[in-house]
Design a protein around this ligand. Structure first.
Ligand code: FES
Length: 110
């Protein structure tokens, strides 16, 4: 099963659609990838800083597919200014096992 990650710019134009299999979520060192890792792997130009959920630089809008995302999968967030419709991409991950035809839409803010 695959999951589709659709990435939009702040004007809602599609930058990229990434088709993922569960095996794509693991780095060579065996660590689980965050959504930010997946975006960077796919050459998406992203702001980020701490990579640990505390600075807020990687924040994006979660436009669709929230049921397929675990917002604090990599580690708990420290940065508090995150609404229900936003994610810190450095600590958010995809839920597994994937469900058929799942699509997640993330919109960049910057
Ligand atoms: S890079 Fe700092 S919160 Fe994500």
């Amino acid at each position: 099963m695959t999951t589709k990650l659709k990435i939009l710019d702040k004007n809602e134009n599609i930058i990229k659609i990434v088709n993922l299999e569960e095996k794509d979520l693991i780095t060579r060192s065996g660590r689980e990838k965050s959504i930010l890792d997946i975006m960077l792997d796919n050459d998406i130009d992203m702001f980020y800083g701490c990579m640990g959920g505390s600075c807020g630089a990687c924040i994006c809008d979660l436009e669709n597919g929230g049921e397929f995302v675990e917002k604090e999968k990599i580690r708990p967030k420290v940065y508090k200014n995150v609404s229900e419709k936003e994610i810190l991409t450095c600590i958010a991950g995809l839920k597994t096992p994937f469900k058929d035809n799942s699509e997640i839409v993330v919109k960049k803010k910057f």
